[in-house]
Ligand binder design. Sequence first.
Ligand SMILES: Cc1cc2nc3c(=O)[nH]c(=O)nc-3n(C[C@H](O)[C@H](O)[C@H](O)COP(=O)(O)O)c2cc1C
Length: 315
Amino acid sequence: MFFTYDRCKLICTVFKSRDIEFTSFDGVLSDRPLIVQFASSCVKDFVDAAEFVAQHCDGIDLNCGCPQKWALKSGFGCGLLSQPEIIHDCVKQLRNRLPEHKTVSVKIRLYDDVRKTVELAQSLEAAGVSLLTVHARTPDQRSEPINMDALIDVRKSVSIPVIANGDVKSLVDADYLHNATNCQGIMAARGILQNPGLFAGHKITQLCVIEDWLSMKHPNFFIFHNHLVFMLTQLLTRAERRVFNYLKTAADVVEFIKNKFGIVPKNDFSVSSLKPGAVYDSGKFFLEHLKETENGPEDSEESRDYFEGISDLYI
Ligand SMILES: Cc1cc2nc3c(=O)[nH]c(=O)nc-3n(C[C@H](O)[C@H](O)[C@H](O)COP(=O)(O)O)c2cc1C
């Protein structure tokens, strides 16, 4: 989530808002532990906002891994890697403000020089970080294989738990990464978005997961639709994805899934309350990424990715 300090205050003060942002299982706070991640380049803003939010979650994480242009422009995400002293201060000051049972963690990418990554890990350990997640690529790398040796070096250099991240698409991948690096934890992003049963050993999204998703409460259409875009990636043909990813209302989504899989929501609570196109308009996203060419509009790389399954746009 990317929120300003004032928005954090509002979210935490207004119960309904807090409930929507921090609850992922139909109003029951059962989905714990919950760690809230911030992107910030200002120590004071980060620490003040995190202190508010920490009352309602189990830990706070600082994003030093996002390589997207908008984040770099504001000095967020992996832009912070060029200012390791800010990361250090964020951790140190927040650690001093939070009770011991709340975790303070950081997610990083690698520096080109692995020794610098090791130095950062050690400095964060000294600042009191509870755990470190390492996406084992540099900010400029996208589809290159992850750097396992760097993960091993970082893991060996500190005593805090290190979570290894990158390219885990199955339980076999997770076991392999764990055995190869001996890291204390494994994190998956695209793999688990596309198959929420990944860590249970399922190969693709089970239809009962889709049914549960249709029946849950969702804060807006974007969340409802976007997760289905991920979960259905391997269950739809490319042509079907082109239709599904462009749907604009919850009713159309439900109709599509009913026709394709014979699944309907167990109740109509979630879909009836979702405003069409709220928060984010996937159709608008597509149009913005159409490229004008001599032969007329053509899919840009981004829009092709969107139709194929949008996950690669984020890493
Ligand atoms: C849709 C999507 C959203 C993401 N959002 C975040 C984020 O908010 N914070 C973050 O640290 N990383 C974020 N990432 C990056 C992932 O945490 C992860 O580092 C990256 O995708 C590589 O792991 P993977 O190969 O398992 O996908 C996101 C990735 C995806 C695909």
